[in-house]
Design a protein around this ligand. Sequence first.
Ligand SMILES: NC(=O)c1ccc[n+]([C@@H]2O[C@H](COP(=O)([O-])OP(=O)(O)OC[C@H]3O[C@@H](n4cnc5c(N)ncnc54)[C@H](O)[C@@H]3O)[C@@H](O)[C@H]2O)c1
Length: 338
Amino acid sequence: MKILVTGGAGFIGSNFIKYWLNKYHKDQIINLDKLTYAGNLQNLKDIEDNPNYEFVKGDICDKDLVMKLTKDVDLIVHFAAESHVDRSIDGPEEFVKTNVEGTLVLLEAALANGSIRFHHISTDEVFGELPLDDPNAKFHEKMPYAPRSVYSASKAASDHLVRAYHATHKLPVTISNCSNNYGPYQYPEKLIPLVITRAIEGQELPVYGEGNQVRDWIHVEDHCRGIELCITKGELGETYLFGGNGEKENIWIVKKILELLEKPQDLIVHVGDRKGHDLRYAIDFSKAQKELGYEPSKSIDQWLKDTVEWYVENEDWWKPLKKKADVLAEKYLEKRIK
Ligand SMILES: NC(=O)c1ccc[n+]([C@@H]2O[C@H](COP(=O)([O-])OP(=O)(O)OC[C@H]3O[C@@H](n4cnc5c(N)ncnc54)[C@H](O)[C@@H]3O)[C@@H](O)[C@H]2O)c1
């Protein structure tokens, strides 16, 4: 099988390419990535000489390039996106361009080139937020969309486009929406790698508000397996939600990382909250359990320990990225709550 992966130089996409090639040795993968600040070819260093892997630097909004690359592929797995909520507050245009227009370009190419099988990666943030005081409330596939940030609104729009191509043209699609990912090769501006890398260096750790926002953390390897299950067993036109059984307050995550690294808790600095910060995300993934046989493979405690160890052992990977990520961290720290 020949696969076009978009955004494969980013965090989840690069983990997915390696996951897939490790299991399906004969498949060929083309990785189309624009290499924004979040794209990093170092993530794929160990497979760059694999004859079944090819990297193409380019934009998913480039119609001619996308049309050319999809000529003879059997499957498109679409990760490419602007993905950081904070960046969508200050620079919304790029989010609409890549996440909405880029998805449309890919769908048109999939249709024009013989109705190519299309798997779209999305987020649970399209459902908005859940209250903190109702632990039984969870996102599920039948819930109405209620995005609250430009990031989630642009992802919601892209999900609707994918569904529209299935309903209108019978394009063979599946969609997965999952919760916050963590694991190797995550750009150190996101909470878990930011905390780990700054804590290793003994730097202050900005935490939004009291840190009581709840996320259902999923390890990237579990997410990759979920995507594989959608591709191999998913019903066309269907959406599947994936979670990691890892519902935790942000402050729990930060304290746990400090504990694992044996660093002092007083590195934590509470800072003014993000505008419109969603309170809680939690996922009911019973549909994926029942229909695809999906289960998270380890507890969050175990996965978090593995993740901390990975960053400790892979300083060469994150050190060159840290300066840029620190700029954002320092911006948060300017809003420290006295
Ligand atoms: N990280 C999470 O916790 C999470 C959770 C749920 C869903 N998702 C979704 O998973 C996907 C991947 O997320 P991630 O965390 O790996 O993101 P990331 O920011 O690490 O990577 C995104 C990649 O897309 C590339 N890209 C951006 N714009 C492009 C364009 N116009 N053309 C081609 N390539 C472009 C970037 O260079 C980068 O390599 C996204 O669609 C995101 O919405 C992420």
